[in-house]
Design a protein around this ligand. Structure first.
Ligand code: ASP
Ligand code: MG
Length: 470
């Protein structure tokens, strides 16, 4: 079998863990061809982001300390994960070389006093660039042949939309297969940085937070892998967040469409676009836990088996959201109002998570992340208030509850059941949306009600039983 295995940041944040995943790869290597994709060590990407922020603010005090911490972390991991003297010294030299490049980059942006989106992507790439060679040397330490590559070296070509770059799939497929397939034929395990590509001018790009999953699926379609395994620190996709719903269960099997809804609705295990490349090719994805290798995890496939098809599969809660309600008589029957509102917000890079408009057309409600709220309000006030819209109302303490399951399609009474269960607990529903795909039903409640609502629905659809009603 040809496999792509992606290891998340928590799987590589200590020398023991790196050894552990090297053994994991070794145990599968016997019969399989494997490509590894590695994330940055936990905390690195956030660290790089906050350093960029400090530089923007003109604060250079934390730079030295950051570089020192990076150096120590990676040196320590490499030191403990690799026994062979020669390999260890090669690994340490590689880390040092990359760190000195990092210092140069930081020096450059300090000198300029600004961080462009282009330089930010270059800076952000250092997390993965540092973790990946360590894993590759750890594989060699166990006797496997391995080479480390950046996404750019592996052939991932993207557009120049820094921060959220999109892979140009046709060229990427060709380049990646040309690069990686000969390595596989020679029994080499390529270890590729997650999250990173390059645009047509050779600039380093990143493909969005959590993008290593995406890298894994891009590579999988390029080399015709049979499966993608996303190794992280959770057993799989779950019926609910176990922190909110105590008896939440791991889902054995979900469809691509369901997984996409779950990812979009905040299940934090997957990049929302990660499934795009594999959907057409139907390459199944497994979500597995490096700390619990006996658990088979969740498998995401085109057509899950009959037994796993339920009306509702999961209940997701997205907190830290805010509702913006814009209204005004002049919105009624005026074509283009919605377009103007959304366009204005989009131009200011504000992402709208949910939308609803009543048929009276006198108001539109939109849900945004709390972190985007201030910018959204300012933008609407500056551009549209007094013109297209008369009034803006905000409820800044709401949460979304999303009920996901492809079995809802065409089944009568699901909504009644959902809202009945919520009403039984005296919870007020503020806004409702359902896509016509009927894959999900989402509604907004006051944040203080969200836990109770999630528990009520988990109970109502008997998700803890492992076999939902219906
Ligand atoms: N290191 C990147 C991030 O934290 C990509 C990833 O981990 O998948 O967003
Ligand atoms: Mg990460």
């Amino acid at each position: 079998m040809r496999l792509v295995m992606k290891f998340g940041g928590t799987a590589v944040d200590s020398s023991d863990k790196v050894r552990h995943i090297a053994q994991l790869v070794q145990s599968h290597k016997k019969g399989d061809e494997i490509v590894c994709v590695v994330s940055a060590v936990r905390g690195m990407t956030d660290g790089l982001l906050s350093i960029a922020d400090s530089v923007k603010r003109g604060d250079k005090t934390s730079l030295d300390e950051f570089v020192k911490k990076c150096t120590n972390t990676h040196m320590q991991i490499a030191e403990g994960a690799i026994s062979d003297k020669k390999l260890k010294s090669e690994a340490l030299a590689t880390v040092k070389k990359i760190i000195s490049e990092l210092e140069d980059v930081l020096g450059g942006i300090v000198l300029l006093g600004e961080v462009t989106t282009k330089s930010l992507d270059y800076l952000m790439s250092f997390g993965e660039r540092l973790s990946t060679p360590i894993v590759s040397f750890a594989l060699q330490d166990l006797g496997m042949k391995s080479e480390h590559l950046t996404g750019k070296e592996a052939g991932i070509l993207t557009d120049s939309n820094f921060g959220e770059a999109r892979p140009l799939m046709d060229t990427t497929k060709l380049k990646v297969s040309h690069k990686l397939e000969p390595m596989l034929k020679q029994d080499v395990v390529p270890v590729v940085t997650g999250f990173i590509g390059a645009d047509q001018y050779g600039n380093t790009t990143t493909i969005g937070r959590g993008g290593s999953d995406y890298t894994a699926t891009i590579i999988a379609v390029s080399i015709g892998a049979q499966e993608v395994w996303l190794w992280s620190d959770v057993d799989g996709l779950m019926t609910a967040d176990p922190k909110l719903v105590m008896n939440a269960k791991v889902l054995k099997e979900v469809s691509f469409a369901e997984a996409m809804e779950m990812a979009l609705f905040g299940a934090k295990y997957m990049h929302p676009r990660a499934l795009e490349p594999v959907i057409d090719t139907k390459i199944p994805i497994r979500i597995r836990n490096t700390f619990n290798v006996k658990h088979t995890g969740t498998i995401i496939t085109q057509n899950p088996s009959k037994e796993s098809q339920k009306i509702v599969k999961s209940v997701t809660v997205i907190r830290h959201t805010a509702l913006i309600d814009v209204s005004g008589g002049s919105m009624v029957g005026a074509p283009g109002t919605a377009a103007k509102i959304f366009d204005t917000l989009a131009k200011n890079r504000i992402n709208i998570m949910m939308i609803s408009q009543s048929p009276s057309e006198s108001s539109i409600s939109m849900l945004v992340r709390k972190t985007d709220l201030d910018k959204a309000i300012t933008t609407l006030e500056l551009s549209l208030l007094g013109k297209v819209i008369k009034q803006i109302n905000v409820n800044d303490d709401v949460a979304v509850i999303a009920v996901v399951g492809s079995g809802m399609r065409g089944i009568k009474g699901v909504a009644a059941k959902v809202f009945g269960a919520v009403a039984k607990h005296g919870i007020n529903v503020i806004m409702i949306t359902q896509g016509s795909s009927e894959l999900n039903l989402a509604f907004v409640v006051n944040d203080r009600d969200c836990e109770q609502a999630a528990r009520a629905l988990h109970e109502e659809f008997e998700l803890a039983k492992g076999s939902g009603k219906g």
